[in-house]
Design a binder for this molecule. Structure first.
Ligand code: ADP
Ligand code: MG
Length: 311
């Protein structure tokens, strides 16, 4: 399912309470991509996700699924469309406490008066490693198992698109990493398109084909994890993704930049001559040498042992 959002805006309230939660967002999503939406709290991630799923309608702009304008559907058509095609996973697992794991999983099917496809259910629960837990009640399961049940429930009706809003936020680090691998595996095996909201940059870099970086209701950059990390389009993106040193500099001419009183060769072109620019230096790109042997002398003021490396 190809999705195209054009100039999507969402404005809440008016007068003094007016908030532009999303400002003219453009986005193209191709089938079975893993898209992450990243940004600080309040940057419009959930708003964008809700608009993309038709859970909410925009103040202006359009959204098409395989060329069909889904905002032109009636509310009834839209909710039928969502139930069939889109799965949701939120940070809160929202399992019904009085139902067993299996009953929770097949709930969306029962609501639609469908019978579960036992073979698919078996594949799904095995894929998620919960086949032995199906007769248990939610309170008899660990947090990770509950989240897996919620994931199985979201994809039990074989949606084409899965929307996840900070789904691993409530899990501890180790479990979160395990679930990251499982989600990727799930995506690869089932060929579903994932749209994943997170504020965890490592999660976004590890899991995504495409990352959307947002700030203050604007999409700042859309690109592969490598693009976003290596070629940030602005200082916000550079600062938000990864650690970076951002230094006021002057582009002397193509491929030559000046900062901290020295001239440096670089790969960038097209900024003109003697133009002010921001230079971003990733910490791992700094090479330490004996005093006097490098381009700049400096002082190491803090040293932190991080296991794999020192910072
Ligand atoms: P994020 O998910 O990135 O934290 P949101 O999309 O939830 O951000 O919110 C973006 C902005 O829109 C925030 O300033 C938020 O306060 C505002 N907002 C979100 N939902 C509503 C609403 N229902 N009414 C008024 N303001 C809202
Ligand atoms: Mg949110």
């Amino acid at each position: 399912m190809n999705i195209e959002a054009k100039n999507l805006s969402k404005i809440y309230g008016d007068g003094e309470n007016r908030v532009v939660a999303l400002d003219r967002a453009n986005l193209e999503i191709v089938s079975s991509d893993f898209i992450s939406i990243m940004g600080p709290s309040g940057s419009g991630k959930s708003t964008l996700l809700h608009l993309l799923s038709g859970l909410d309608k925009p103040s202006s702009g359009s959204l098409t699924y395989d060329g069909k304008d889904i905002y032109s559907y009636s509310d009834k058509e839209l909710s039928a469309f969502r139930r069939k095609r889109i799965g949701f996973i939120f940070q809160q697992f929202n399992l019904l406490p009085v139902l067993t794991a299996k009953e929770n999983i097949i709930m969306p099917l029962l609501l639609d008066k469908q019978k579960p496809d036992e073979a698919y259910l078996k594949q799904l629960t095995e894929l998620l490693g919960i086949q032995g837990r199906l007769e248990h009640l939610p309170h008899e399961l660990s947090g990770g198992q509950q989240q897996r049940i919620a994931i199985a429930r979201a994809i039990v009706n074989e949606p084409k698109l899965l929307l996840l809003d900070e789904p691993l936020g409530a899990l501890d680090l180790k479990l979160r990493q395990d679930m990251q691998y499982e989600l990727i595996r799930l995506k690869n095996e089932l060929g579903i398109t994932f749209i994943y909201v997170t504020h965890d940059q490592e999660e976004a870099l590890t899991m995504s084909d495409t990352i959307v970086v947002m700030n203050q209701g604007y999409i700042q950059q859309v690109g592969t994890p490598e693009d976003i990390y290596n070629e940030p389009e602005n200082a916000f993106v550079a600062d938000f993704i990864g650690d970076s040193n951002i230094i006021d500099s002057v582009m002397i001419r193509d491929k030559l930049v000046s900062f901290l009183g020295k001239k440096w060769d670089c790969v960038d072109t097209g900024f003109g001559e003697n133009k002010p620019v921001d230079v971003v230096i990733r910490p791992e790109d700094v090479i330490l040498k004996e005093e006097g042997a490098g381009t700049l002398d400096g002082v190491v003021s803090h040293l932190i042992f991080k296991g794999v490396h020192y910072e």
